[in-house]
Design a protein around this ligand. Structure first.
Ligand code: TRP
Length: 336
């Protein structure tokens, strides 16, 4: 059996929040223990597909993202943390794959469709935006990655990637492109502190990994709960209550949590008490991350070097796959 390779990535367009942590960062930390080769990509090119006017935000977020990664405990001895735009082979692969994907197929991708609606793009969608699943296929296949830790919204990307892989491999009788599998975290998407379905920077309902102790506490104490739970004695709802969604994601004591939920549902347990408990749980998770972050802040030049040297390593791996694919497609020009 061939060995697995992991690839995952994030767009640098702001700081990481606890939704990212529950959704895919925790999974990466777990995988890191298993000694499977892991690539972690800072997807600056992809960030430009929806932040084209804000190159500075993207640039500045690259370092912040790298610091977040190292602060949560991703280990540069064990994984390759690189910058997408520093691996130009990814652009070449994207360009080749674009010939195998129709406009109709791109528009049908449910995640893209959703995002296009949210942004009111219609026909004015930048072609780079529409094409980002193809670019993501390049990211995945370049490293022959087989396992992709992602959130649920990325499943259509994995499906589209595998379609392209099968199509190209079949057409050119090669096996240089590998199919991949999504690895979903057990935790479903975390709602915002305001009860909104999604945490989003623009709505201002996120708890960031880099928030200080006081900010975290203020955000938690101000969280939306069950609007029908007016008096402490009233029975409260746990489903759709973001405080319990966070506890389910982060409270290590599942038994005590089950009891707490039952108590809340029976009535007699106040929101303030539950929030105080959540605050303790979150501070325990975030405190060590904060401490490491403070140390890392002093090491920016070294982190920059690390990103560049890891990007070179990544480029060498991507160059091999690109050469194999070009060979299979006859783009070698040795004998013309
Ligand atoms: N689309 C991913 C996100 O927004 C980021 C990403 C880019 C990615 N390329 C990838 C994730 C390749 C997994 C594999 O979170």
């Amino acid at each position: 059996m061939e060995k697995d390779i992991i690839l995952s990535g994030d767009r640098p367009s702001g700081r990481l929040h606890i939704g990212h942590y529950a959704g895919s960062l925790a999974k990466r930390l777990e995988l890191q223990q298993m000694n499977i080769p892991m690539y972690i990509m800072i997807a600056d090119m992809q960030a430009l597909t929806d932040h084209a006017e804000d190159g500075t935000l993207v640039r500045d977020s690259v370092m912040e993202l790298a610091i977040d990664y190292l602060a949560i405990g991703l280990d540069p001895e064990k994984c390759t943390i690189f910058i997408q735009s520093a691996v130009p082979q990814l652009c070449e692969l994207t360009m080749l794959y674009m010939n195998f994907v129709t406009l109709a197929r791109l528009k049908r991708n449910p995640t893209v469709k959703n995002e296009m609606q949210q942004r009111n793009f219609g026909d004015t969608v930048p072609s780079g935006f529409l094409n980002y699943p193809v670019s993501q296929t390049a990211d995945i296949t370049a490293f022959k990655a087989t396992l992709i830790p992602v959130g649920e919204d990325q499943l259509p990307m994995i499906e589209q990637c595998n379609e392209i892989v099968r199509h190209v491999n079949h057409l050119y009788k090669t096996d240089c492109l590998k199919e991949c599998k999504a690895m979903l975290s057990q935790v479903s998407r975390l709602p915002g502190t305001d009860g909104n379905l999604k945490m989003s920077k623009s709505v201002g309902n996120c708890i960031y990994l880099s928030d200080d102790e006081k900010t975290v506490k203020t955000k938690i104490m101000g969280m939306f709960t069950d609007p029908g739970h007016l008096r402490v004695e009233d029975p409260g709802k746990v489903e759709g209550n973001p405080v319990f969604a966070y506890l389910r994601a982060f409270d290590p004591d599942k038994e005590a949590l089950a009891e707490m939920e039952a108590h809340y549902q029976r009535g007699g347990l106040g929101d303030v008490k539950v929030k105080k408990h959540l605050n303790e749980v979150m501070q325990t998770l975030l405190e060590p991350i904060r401490e490491r972050r403070a140390e890392l802040e002093e090491k920016r030049p070294q982190i920059r070097e690390l990103l560049l040297s890891h990007s070179e390593k990544a480029a060498a791996a991507a160059a091999e796959t690109l050469a194999e694919l070009k060979e299979a497609m006859g783009l070698n020009y040795r004998n013309i």
